[in-house]
Design a protein around this ligand. Sequence first.
Ligand SMILES: Cc1cc2nc3c(=O)[nH]c(=O)nc-3n(C[C@H](O)[C@H](O)[C@H](O)COP(=O)(O)OP(=O)(O)OC[C@H]3O[C@@H](n4cnc5c(N)ncnc54)[C@H](O)[C@@H]3O)c2cc1C
Length: 478
Amino acid sequence: MWARSVTSRFLRSRPRADEPPGVSHVGRPPRPLGDVSRTRGSRTMSFTPRTKTNRVVVIGAGYAGMMATNRFLGSLTEEERSRTVVTVVNPKPVFVERIRLHEVAAGSRNAVTIPLAWLLHADAEVVVGRAELIDTVAREVLVVSDDEDLRLPYDYLLYAVGSFASTAIEGAAEHAYVIADHDGASAAAEAVRALPPRARVSIVGGGLTGVEIASELAEQHPELSVTLYCAGELVAQMRPAARRSLRRTLERLGVRIDEHAEVSTVVPGGLRLSGDRALDHELCIVAAAFDVPDLARASGLPVDEAGRLEVDEYLRCIDNPAILGAGDAVVAPQSVAGHLRMGCATALPMGAHAAHTLLAAIRGAVPRELTIGYVLQCISLGRKRGYIQLVRSDDTARRFHLGGRTGARVKEWICEMVVDSPKKESTQPGAYSWPKGPKRRAVTGAGSQSGGRAPVGARFGPEQHASYPVLSDRSRAS
Ligand SMILES: Cc1cc2nc3c(=O)[nH]c(=O)nc-3n(C[C@H](O)[C@H](O)[C@H](O)COP(=O)(O)OP(=O)(O)OC[C@H]3O[C@@H](n4cnc5c(N)ncnc54)[C@H](O)[C@@H]3O)c2cc1C
């Protein structure tokens, strides 16, 4: 049980030598944050001010937030560290390996959470709570948790709140499971376990996430009848040979693929497709789109249509350089980010780049422009198969790919690497590297109309639903 007291929410991240992996550090004597005001009702308590001068608050301990925190703290000199405090705000004291959530939903794994205390730099302080508002005038973040509200002052802020599954399809929130967070994936797993043999399961979304869920489920539960509904063609963003290969694997696993079948409504015990086709099922999982938290918009920060924080080429908020952004919840200019897609493959280099911009800020140095290129896209197709597509730096497919068991092994290695790399940054800052992006693009066409910002998933042919105009199906790869 996570303790609920105020003090227990300030967790030091250094693991004790006598603790096995997976043990939380809630019981550890807390180290109060300096100059943090905690508010209970109308009463505000202030702590003795710190002598430290750089107060950095990181909102979100996902791939981007973890990488940024560790690389930043790991890169500081002793002197810089003595006058810097980094506070990471996250709703839970654990990191969620989101790219493995379909494994949880299908029952291949029980849990994919790792205590933040084991992953974050020893000097990072963790506040377990949800950031509700960024007060840019007072330079404070209002954090709400189960029993109390806090105001965390900042000199620099990193916005890394990620994304969650959209439930824009009518009835999806009430009658379907979404697996973009750990609770959703665990709930889906429980529901799957309770299904009778030969039960019908609908997976909504013919993009990469939908394919991963459908194949994992069909492999782990061959007794179920799994149908994958695609609004257009199955993984339309991939090259024809890749699509054929994925289709063959899905069919071998017994997954029925229903293309050009746009789901308009999920109802108890079934769904309706546009054109009024009605189909029954015992369980439905929606994997059609990602949405981003509303925090930036609610805080009056500049956001695009989808609610992503608008940042410049250095990942600084376009009208507030004290605020930086990285990961799924931000949008950078088309010129440097036109080819980027939501994914941990983007969140990690963005987090590392944000750390560089932060370092430049506290050192009074000139920041570097963002440049991110890709090497591959990879999809798991159950535990025994995978599909690895080599891509150019701008994410367009090369001819070469790896499939089958080799593909599965590469995918598994990547799943481990995306956790190990940010962890390693605490002690070996700069160990993680990534390819340069394509040449800087001129801002023309759609990009210029949207203020030169990169549209989410533009390259990958989003699996969109008419009722949800902006966000794409997950357009990602590792
Ligand atoms: C099933 C599945 C499979 C995937 N597979 C792949 C893959 O193979 N390759 C790939 O590249 N991508 C994949 N993705 C996408 C990838 O997981 C995301 O793109 C990635 O997690 C984004 O990283 P992030 O750091 O921006 O956000 P996240 O990892 O989502 O982390 C954001 C963190 O911020 C926290 N947070 C949110 N709001 C607040 C708040 N108000 N206050 C405090 N904290 C907050 C969240 O709880 C979370 O801990 C997959 C996603 C899913 C769901």
